[in-house]
Design a protein around this ligand. Structure first.
Ligand code: MD3
Ligand code: FE
Length: 206
């Protein structure tokens, strides 16, 4: 379902087994060194979702090869199978040939507990126009999609559920977006995840 030009939502894209395997992998990636961290913003605040990076380490506002704002360890490698997953995602969303798809080299994994949110922002630290691929696991959230030029209304609110795919390309690549809330206890019980987890795949252009 296209919610804006280049922004395609594919509900229930990951089956139960793929969700379990991805969650297991995320739990391993979350371990130190270069594991889960709280992102501190330049204004003195902190993001409420905690994050782990693969391939390149994101910090406000750039990319590095080590955890420059955490334990200083080298960032964990970007797994080839996430690259394949990203190409398959873009191909399914836009109907393109996966072999011609972008070469993903960054994964950012955000962990949300019941109180976590993400304010309206744009993802503009990548030097590539390639679409961003988003995968959701666990609790349902409200995802707020805004405009390319302004943080202000109008918004489109969409519920993202466990297993959902969202791809943001073309004019939607630089749109403002955020997560105003997570609905606690709404994830699939058999997954065994308290809270919500979101994986985004990106191309660094570096
Ligand atoms: C639209 N993550 O990691 S996923 C982020 O659920 C981020 O954790 C949210 O915003 C989350 O930067 C939202 C949907 C999403 C992700 C990346 C985008 C939407 C996007 C990049 C460009 C445009
Ligand atoms: Fe974002």
């Amino acid at each position: 379902c296209e919610i804006a030009p280049g922004a395609v939502h594919v509900p229930d894209w990951l089956d139960a087994r793929e969700q379990r395997e991805l969650l297991e992998a995320c739990r391993a990636w979350a371990r130190p060194p270069a594991g889960l961290r709280t992102v501190r913003t330049p204004g003195g605040g902190a993001m409420t979702a905690r994050q782990v990076c693969l391939g390149w380490h994101w910090y406000p506002y750039g990319y590095a090869r080590t955890v420059v704002d955490g334990d200083g360890a080298p960032v964990k490698p970007f797994p080839a199978r996430l690259g394949e997953l990203g190409r398959r995602a873009v191909a399914d969303a836009f109907g393109d040939d996966p072999a011609r798809g972008p070469a993903y080299d960054i994964a950012l994994v955000n962990f949300y507990d019941a109180d976590a949110r993400m304010g309206m922002h744009r993802d503009s630290d990548e030097k590539s126009q390639a679409p961003v691929v988003s995968l959701s696991l666990g609790d349902t959230c409200v995802f707020r999609f805004g405009n390319p030029g302004t943080r202000a209304r109008p918004y489109t609110d969409v519920e993202l559920r466990s297993g959902d795919l969202f791809v943001f390309g073309g004019p939607s690549r630089l749109a403002y977006h955020g997560v105003p809330r997570v609905h606690t206890g709404t994830g699939p019980p058999e997954l065994g995840l308290t809270g919500r987890l979101n994986i985004t795949l990106r191309v660094s252009g570096r």
